[in-house]
Design a binder for this molecule. Sequence first.
Ligand code: TRP
Ligand code: ZN
Length: 896
Amino acid sequence: MRTDTSNAICRSDYAAPNYQVETVEMGFDLDPAQTRVATRLTMTRNAGARGKSITLYGDGLELVQLRMNGRPLSRRAYQLDDGVLHIPVAPEQLTLDIETLIAPELNTSLMGLYVSNGNFFTQCEAEGFRKITFFPDRPDVMARYKVMLRADRDKYPVLLSNGNLIEQGDLGDGRHYALWEDPFKKPSYLFALVAGNLVCQEEHMTLASGREVLLQVWVEEGNLDKTQHAMDSLKRSIAWDEQRWGLELDLDRFMIVAVGDFNMGAMENKGLNIFNTKYVLANSRIATDVDYSNIEAVVGHEYFHNWTGNRVTCRDWFQLSLKEGLTVFRDQEFSADMIGTDSGRAVKRIEDVRVLRQAQFPEDAGPMAHPVRPDAYVEINNFYTVTIYEKGAEVVRMYQTLLGRDGFREGMDLYFWRHDGHAVTCDDFRAAMADANHRDLSQFERWYSQAGTPRVAVETHYDAAGQTYEITLSQSCPATPGQDHKLPFHIPVAVGLLDKQGRDLPLTLEHAPASGQQQCSSPGPAHTLVLELTEASQSFRFTGIAVEPVPSLLRDFSAPVILEYEYSDRELAFLMRHDSDPFNRWEAGQRLATRRLLKLAEAVVNNSDLAATMPADDALIASMRITLDDDSLDPAFREQVMVLPSETMIAEQMEQIDPQAIHTARQFLRRQLAAALREELERVYEANATPGPYSPDAASAGKRGLRNVALSYLVELDDEISHAMARQQSDDAGNMTERIAALSALVNSNAAVKGDALARFYDDFSDEPLVVDKWFTLQATARTTTLGKVRELMKHPAFTIKNPNRARSLLFSFCNGNPAQFHVPDGSGYEFWAEQVIALNAINPQVAARLARTLDRWRKYVPELQHHMRSALERVAATRKLSKDVQEVVTKALAN
Ligand code: TRP
Ligand code: ZN
């Protein structure tokens, strides 16, 4: 077995290109079977060039012509092997004419130029442009583009590319053309074209400066009743970027296009964002509250890239988090600002931290662990990870926590002032933050270079005589592949201290807070201080503390670490009730629940009595009752408190993962809660109806969320009353949020009607692909859905493995979202997984590699399962014609 990564690209090998491309002119003769691409590049040798050679990349191209300065290049003047076109000697300035042929309709990878439902789309990030033409396809080559599109007028009435439309007309022979010019320099990964039979909703918007811009949302005919929310989200994004960051839309026209076949969420191509339909199309009939809020976030995310990614881009792909971490941070802040309330912001923070813990912490502890700025990769597509995105966003957030909002803004301003129009590094971003604030942030660099989730262990000591309270913080970080020893991180730890009544104590540090900084700039004594942990271990002493306090640690999750502190059950219950930091109020509940769940799982393994482990008068149940019943708390917040840590999250806390034990434990606890809190759940259910027309605003969505979580608990009781409630809701539902929650409640119960309900749902929505996806997902993740049932669903006429959304809705949902059924002891789930990875590998390597990640953590499972998992991984690794994408994932999983 090959386990080396000798074919890896290394960050330390970076060398600036010898040549810049000044201009790119492209002509496309669009045809699904054979598209001709004529490209003219003007190139200039860089001042610091180390040679006269030019390297162009191509992938799966048929090269028809290659000319330099108008003359065909002789076969001796260049080499072409394995997709690399090398010209060893070139003049200082030159024009290259390249003609290539491609077959978009055969392109199932969905990278480069491809066809979806008869229309043309492109996806060039990270290295898709080389599937269109030969090019120095690397982000530090930025050029001006002019693009001529020619195609059949009837089949492809709409022709779009980046920037401004400067000319269009007829070609006589049933074909027409459009000429586009992008006034801004850009890297090739931001190139895009769309051609097809599409319609748009358009609106004009006046910017703060008074300039008017044209906004368009393009969709397939029949979807125009689903574009308003995306349009509204776009307008809000534009206004927010102006208000919060002083960043203006720099084009006169901004387009969003929705496509049903797409590898990821969306793509920030300059002026022509291309989106998965899932993140555009919404109306109350087909989209849930969560869909609405995801759409707002993704529309914001792609729009925000216009400055953080496009105007200032990445020097190389190792710097990916420079744009992704920063842009996720920006979209998180955008979503929080759109909710507006403090409690709403906290709910958003809780959701984001959940994702981090659920997906990024395991990644950081597994075989694919990598730093936020990786040192090496085999396939860059595999590095669009939760570490780059979500941990990257946490790293950006820590600057804001350390420097304050104003200081962070100064840093952003300096970053744009210095680097607009350039391709830069994570170090450049850090330097802008440091320089704008006159701070030394050199140690902060370790957040970029060291992988793994740091642990911060806390010890406290109260000195009654001296009225001081000492907090000792000690950090460590586990070894990760290729990194055995870690150096201390610069960690902001926000803390508060609660008195016996649960009020925040005013905080004074014994030695003036040279490094400690007040988190909010409100006058008066601080109630939250940000302690800066920079050593392996450090103590902080607070003075004037008259009674022993309860500490509230890592408020608002001020750093992406695992915090270890021996809270008593009573302290956790106390924090759940009183902490002024809503995040930590929620966190206390999660800690208590995790404690119970681990005990219950242990009891399952030992065959002990679960009811004795978790009696009805338990502190967790009492605390949940108080929260659930407290109408002064936002429904959305109460919903969050009621959601127990997921099975994946519990798994990460176990020495050895036993999926069945975890599932049994969690189900038991849910039933205990349902039984004990029945009255309160019913009351909350009645009290949080949202009559009247549907609105996706946070307050209404919060009520529906709480109501639906209440329903999901009540059906755990699996009695006539709860079944009737779910059936009633299903019948009465005026929107998808209520409808799907009711269906989910029925499907996860033993209600006799569940088969009928599923069939009726499918009939009602069979013409809405995004809802059919939900229908598959709901079944794939249902507790009673066995592997056999999944295989049966794969035979359903609506299933196809070729569409990524559909593949994800059934295959990924089952393998990643139904642990108890997927990890059945006989290993049949893993066999199935291997089959699907192999099938997908031949169609779409990028999507296949995502599914391949499912068995990443195989070494952490109980030995019986490990054994089956290894065989499945080996089976995939031994497959012929394995893509680099899948190869890298399984090789790393099997490596020692
Ligand atoms: N840059 C995109 C974003 O984060 C995501 C992206 C990267 C992508 N590579 C892709 C999307 C390939 C689709 C296909 O917004
Ligand atoms: Zn992005």
